[in-house]
Design a protein. Structure first.
Length: 74
């Protein structure tokens, strides 16, 4: 299932975020391929969180799960 593949890919991203005191939580997957996530811990108020979201998490998810169209923070 697509949602499971997205969650598995997020599990691969989590250690990098956790090393800096942050984390990411899966929220939802829309039919258009948009993944909603919540950045927590140090990532929730980091000035670089948008870059982490787009250049890090989104790029990785698109590579691992081609059906992903974008990643948004909630």
């Amino acid at each position: 299932m697509l949602e499971d593949r997205v969650k598995d890919a997020l599990e691969n991203v989590r250690p990098s975020l956790q090393a800096d005191g942050g984390d990411v939580e899966f929220v939802s997957l829309a039919e258009d391929g948009t993944v909603s996530v919540k950045l927590t811990g140090a990532c929730s108020n980091c000035p670089m969180s948008q870059m982490t979201l787009k250049m890090g998490i989104e790029n990785y998810l698109k590579k691992e799960v081609p059906e992903v169209s974008s990643v948004v923070g909630v």
